[in-house]
Design a protein around this ligand. Structure first.
Ligand code: ADP
Ligand code: MG
Length: 222
């Protein structure tokens, strides 16, 4: 599903450049449930953003679902690939505060030009899958952190992605709620979707099938 070889990424800081990823080789098979672990600043988000085609890389190769992801894709091509294959969840949920739960879940379908009635029908279906149907008409401010992340997961699922990328999805949640959200990711994975979770928490990574450890821009051999 995912294959990267010799991946490098630097950030420019004025005239100097700072190398964050120093040659990463990584394969993630279809249907895997993996975590990317590492301390703060180790490059986890940088790697996830490249895998999620949210950012480009400097050197190496990236293949997603058999497609070579060129490092010079246009923003439009990148968006099309994301819409076709990928779903995202973030630590801060990234919900639109002025839209209710159902409209937030329906958002990817809006960009795919699906009609409003059909969008909302699907959004309700996906809210039901994450146990939040009764909250469909509530605004994000009326939801707990765990409920907001469920909305975000429903939004990630509605486009029927092949892979879900989650960057510290439990980082803003208490332990009990974190475990509930991880159980939900496990259920999502059991339906055949590849799930990649970035975390710096040991107990969270232990709930996945495989832990990929990043240190100083490289993957550690374990
Ligand atoms: P992590 O997610 O593991 O905490 P990041 O991938 O966010 O790590 O960051 C890795 C390193 O790259 C950090 O030192 C960070 O300061 C730096 N960095 C991240 N994004 C940028 C950026 N857009 N510009 C410059 N430096 C960045
Ligand atoms: Mg990060």
């Amino acid at each position: 599903m995912i294959n990267i070889q010799g991946l490098h990424k630097s950030y420019k800081l004025g005239k100097t450049s700072f190398e964050v990823l120093k040659g990463i080789d990584l394969t993630i098979s279809q249907g895997e449930f993996v975590s990317i672990m590492g301390s703060s600043g180790s490059g986890k988000s940088t790697l996830l953003n490249i895998l999620g085609i949210l950012d480009n890389y400097d050197e190496g190769s990236y293949t997603l679902n058999g497609l070579l992801i060129d490092r010079n894709l246009s923003p439009k091509q990148a968006a099309q690939l994301r819409n076709r294959f990928l779903g995202f969840c973030f630590q801060s949920f990234n919900l639109l505060s002025f839209k209710n739960a159902a409209d937030n879940v329906a958002l990817p379908l809006y960009y795919q030009k699906v009609g409003r009635k059909e969008r909302l029908k699907k959004a309700h279906e996906y809210l039901e899958k994450v146990g939040l149907l009764p909250w469909a008409n509530h605004m994000p401010a009326e939801l707990s952190g765990g409920q907001k992340q469920r909305v975000a997961i429903a939004r990630a699922l509605i486009g029927q992605p092949k892979v879900i990328f989650a960057d510290e999805p439990t980082g803003a949640l208490d332990t009990t709620t974190s475990y509930e959200i991880m159980s939900l990711f496990r259920e999502v994975n059991q339906q055949g979707i590849t799930v990649v979770i970035v975390t710096h928490e040991d107990d969270i990574s232990k709930m996945t099938q495989r832990i990929i450890r990043l240190k100083d821009g490289r993957i550690m051999n374990t």
